[in-house]
Design a protein. Structure first.
Length: 588
C-alpha cells in the first residue's frame, strides 16, 4: 500500500505540471472575460486533476496486483534473457531511461518513510483545519449583539432579491475585524461592532450584498473542500497556485454580483477601503469581505477597468521551465521507445531463426517432455480433485453442525415463546382481576359519596332548623329581656341581700356577684367583657350573650371556654377568688 500511495503522489507531480499549463492557458485566453467563467474553468481544472489522481491510484493498484500474480513468470523471463545475452542488446536502447528507472527504484526503497512523513503532515494540517472550524464556531457564539431591526429586515429583503431560500441572520461581533459570513446550513453575517455606524447606509448595504453573494454561491462549503485538497497535496505547487487563483476569482465573482445588484461601484469601493482599514487576522475558513492590500488593489482595478489579471513574471518563468522539462522528458521517452521497438524486432528475428534450427532436434525431447507434463498434470488434477472432495466433506460436516445448532436454537426460541405467552396470559388475568377490584372500589366510592351527600343534606337541614330555632329563641329572649328589665328595677335592696346570702341568683340583665354590697364592681364591667370576647372572636356581634365566670370555669352561652381563656379573663376581672360574675345567666 505504501508503494501504491508513493507512486500516486509521484504521478500527481507530472499531473500538476499539466494542471499548471491548463491554468496558464485559462488565464491567457480569458483576460477579457468575466470572473464567473474564469472561476468555473479553474474549478473544472481542479476537478479534472482530482479525477486524474483517482485514476492513477486505481492504475497503480491494478499494476501491483498483476505484478504479484505474474512475479514468477517475470523472474523466469529475466533469467532466460540474461542467459541468451539479449539484455546486452537492449541496454543501448534503454539508455535514456536507465537513469530515471534507477532513480525511481532508489526512491521506492524509501517509499514507506516518505508516505509516513506525508501522512504526519496531513494529520498536522488536519488538526489546523479542525482548530479553524472550532474558532469559527466560537466566533458565532461569543461577544455578539443584535444589528438592529432595520438591518435584519433589510437582510431578509436582499436575500429574497438574491433568491436565497435559507434563513440568513446578521449580528454585530466584538471579535471580528472585517465583515464575513460563516456557516453553510445556517449562514450568519458578522459585522464588526461600530462599522455599521461608521459607514453610510449604502456602503453597509453593499457589504451585505457581497456576503449574500457568498451564501448564494455556497462558497463556504467549496472553500472547505478546496482546503482539503490543499492539505492532501501540500507538496504540489500547481495545486496551491490554482487554489490561490480560485480564491481570488471567487471574490471577483462576488464583486460582480454586488455591483449588478446595487448598481453603485463608488460606494462599494469605498466600503471595501473602509473595511481594509479594519483589516486584521481573519479566520481562514470564513468568507471575509476584504483580503490583503495587493488583492484589494487588483479587485478595484478589475472593477474599474473590467480587465482580468494575467500571469506575472515569476509565474511565466516557472511555467517556461516546466514546459521545457516536460518537452525534454517526452522526447527522451519517445526516442527510447523507438529504439526499444527496433531492438525488440531484431531480437524477435534472431529468436525465430534459432527456434527453427533447433526445432528438428527438439521434437523427440518435446514429445517426451509432453508426456511427462501430461502425467504430471493428471497427477496434479487428481490431487486437486481429492482435496476438493475433502473440502466438500468438511463443508458438509460444518453445514450439518450449523443445521443442528439452528434446530436447537429454534427449539429454545419456541420454548421461550411459550413461556412468554404463558406469562402474558397470567399478566392479562392479573390485569382483569385488578380491573374488577378497581370497579368494586369505584362502586364503593360512589356509594360512600352518595352517603356523604345524604349526610350533608341532613346536616344542612338540621342547621336550617337550628338557625330557625335560634332566631325564635333570640326573639323570645328579646321579649324576656324587655320584661325582666322592668322587674329588676323594682327589686328592693333587701331582696338582693337575701339572694346574695342564699347564693341563688337569677339575672337577666346587668351584673350580679357575691359581695356586691361592698361596691367593688363597675356597672360597665359586662360591656368590657363583651368587647374582649368580640375582639378574641369568641362571640358574634349580634349574638345573644350570657356568661358566668368564677375561679373554676368560664361559661359563655352555655359552653365552657378553654382553661387558658378562663385564666386570662379571671386574672383580669376577678379581684378575689370567691367572686362570681354572671350576665343573663342562672347561678345555682
Amino acid at each position: 500500500m505504501e508503494t501504491i500511495i508513493f507512486k500516486t503522489l509521484l504521478h500527481s507531480l507530472w499531473q500538476g505540471l499539466i494542471l499548471a499549463l491548463i491554468t496558464a492557458m485559462i488565464l491567457i485566453f480569458t483576460g477579457r472575460l468575466g470572473a464567473r467563467l474564469r472561476y468555473n474553468l479553474l474549478i473544472s481544472a481542479l476537478m479534472l486533476f482530482t479525477v486524474g489522481i483517482c485514476a492513477s491510484f486505481a492504475y497503480e493498484w491494478q499494476q501491483f496486483s498483476e505484478r504479484d500474480f505474474n512475479s514468477g513468470q517475470v523472474v523466469a523471463s529475466q533469467l532466460q534473457l540474461a542467459a541468451t545475452g539479449q539484455n546486452i542488446t537492449r541496454a543501448g536502447a534503454e539508455a535514456p531511461t536507465a537513469m530515471i528507472q534507477q532513480w525511481l527504484q532508489h526512491f521506492n526503497g524509501y517509499a514507506p518513510t516518505i508516505v509516513l512523513i506525508w501522512f504526519l503532515v496531513i494529520c498536522a494540517r488536519s488538526i489546523q483545519l479542525f482548530a479553524g472550524l472550532y474558532s469559527i464556531k466560537r466566533i458565532r457564539n461569543t461577544q455578539i449583539s443584535p444589528a438592529g431591526t432595520y438591518w435584519e429586515d433589510r437582510v431578509k429583503a436582499l436575500a429574497l432579491q438574491f433568491g436565497i431560500s435559507q434563513v440568513v441572520q446578521i449580528v454585530q461581533s466584538g471579535i471580528v475585524k472585517v465583515p464575513m459570513v460563516v456557516g453553510h446550513l445556517k449562514p450568519l453575517i458578522l459585522i464588526p461592532v461600530g462599522l455599521i455606524n461608521g459607514l453610510s447606509a449604502k456602503e453597509v448595504e453593499a457589504i451585505i450584498c457581497h456576503e449574500l453573494a457568498h451564501i448564494k454561491r455556497r462558497d463556504y462549503l467549496v472553500n472547505i473542500l478546496q482546503s482539503l485538497m490543499e492539505i492532501v497535496f501540500f507538496f504540489n505547487p500547481a495545486v496551491l497556485w490554482i487554489s490561490k487563483l480560485i480564491r481570488e476569482e471567487r471574490e471577483s465573482c462576488c464583486d460582480e454580483m454586488t455591483i449588478s445588484n446595487t448598481n453603485d461601484k463608488v460606494n462599494y469601493i469605498s466600503a471595501l477601503i473602509s473595511c481594509q482599514e479594519f483589516q486584521g487576522e481573519n479566520p481562514q475558513y470564513a468568507m471575509a469581505v476584504s483580503g490583503s492590500d495587493n488583492q484589494l488593489v487588483q479587485r478595484v482595478k478589475r472593477m474599474v477597468s473590467n480587465d482580468s489579471p494575467g500571469l506575472n513574471k515569476i509565474e511565466k518563468g516557472i511555467l517556461a521551465v516546466g514546459l521545457v522539462a516536460a518537452v525534454t522528458l517526452t522526447a527522451a521517452f519517445s526516442g527510447a521507445s523507438h529504439t526499444l521497438k527496433e531492438s525488440k524486432n531484431n531480437v524477435a528475428l534472431q529468436d525465430t531463426l534459432r527456434i527453427k534450427k533447433k526445432l528438428s532436434n527438439s521434437r523427440i525431447q518435446t514429445s517426451t517432455s509432453t508426456r511427462v507434463e501430461e502425467h504430471l498434470t493428471e497427477k496434479i488434477l487428481e490431487d486437486k480433485q481429492a482435496s476438493l472432495r475433502d473440502r466438500e466433506a468438511s463443508l458438509r460436516d460444518q453445514q450439518a453442525k450449523v443445521d443442528d445448532q439452528n434446530a436447537a436454537l429454534n427449539d429454545r426460541k419456541a420454548s421461550e415463546n411459550d413461556r412468554l405467552k404463558s406469562a402474558q396470559d397470567e399478566r392479562l388475568t392479573e390485569n382483569e382481576r385488578l380491573k374488577s377490584e378497581q370497579d368494586c372500589l369505584k362502586s364503593e366510592q360512589d356509594r360512600l359519596k352518595e352517603e356523604q351527600d345524604r349526610l350533608k343534606m341532613e346536616v344542612d337541614v338540621k342547621l336550617d332548623l337550628e338557625n330557625k330555632k335560634q332566631m325564635s329563641d333570640d326573639r323570645e329572649v328579646a321579649r324576656t329581656r324587655s320584661t325582666t328589665s322592668t322587674s329588676t328595677t323594682r327589686t328592693t335592696t333587701k331582696e338582693r341581700e337575701n339572694q346574695t346570702k342564699n347564693r341563688k341568683v337569677t339575672v337577666k340583665t346587668g351584673i350580679t356577684a357575691d359581695y356586691l354590697n361592698k361596691g367593688e364592681f363597675d356597672d360597665n364591667t359586662s360591656d368590657y367583657i363583651t368587647d374582649d370576647l368580640l375582639k378574641d372572636g369568641l362571640i358574634w356581634k349580634n349574638e345573644k350573650l350570657s356568661f358566668k365566670i368564677d375561679k373554676n370555669e368560664f361559661m359563655v352561652n352555655g359552653k365552657a371556654l378553654p382553661e387558658s381563656t378562663h385564666k386570662k379573663y379571671a386574672k383580669k376581672y376577678l379581684k378575689r377568688p370567691d367572686w362570681i360574675l354572671v350576665y343573663n345567666y342562672e347561678v345555682q
